[in-house]
Design a protein. Structure first.
Length: 127
């Protein structure tokens, strides 16, 4: 069983990701974080294999704040894969920063918010 924690600003988007992953492969066990403040604890409690976090231009979903969570999770669980989701259409500069974080090896993958649920699930499955 692969445990995935999803931390999204939009609860409907989080639900859609959880549903897509479960429909893609029943081996995914998905947990939704109630707030970014609780994400690190949820990752530790569930022994998450993958953390998916949305990045926006607004607190508490800013890239800098997400990277702090990333650091805390990696300190507890070095093997946990970090995936960031960003809207490349409305957040072009932010999308560039997220892409650079991947190039720098700070995250394991990133996904644009406009991708299909099947593509998102395949990327997560490949981690």
């Amino acid at each position: 069983m692969r445990r995935v924690v999803v931390d999204m600003q939009n609860a409907l988007f989080a639900d859609a990701i959880a549903t897509a992953l479960k429909n893609f492969d029943s081996d995914f066990e998905v947990y939704q974080s109630e707030s970014p403040v609780k994400t690190t604890d949820l990752c530790a409690f569930t022994e998450a294999n993958i953390l998916i976090m949305e990045v926006t231009a607004y607190t508490p979903w800013k890239l800098e704040e997400r990277m702090k969570i990333r650091n805390e999770v990696k300190a507890q669980s070095p093997g946990c894969k970090i995936v960031l989701v960003v809207d490349e259409n409305t957040e072009k500069k932010l999308a560039d920063k997220v892409r650079q974080a991947k190039k720098d090896g700070l995250i394991d993958s990133f996904i644009y918010g406009s991708v299909s649920s099947t593509y998102l699930s395949a990327v997560i499955d490949a981690l």
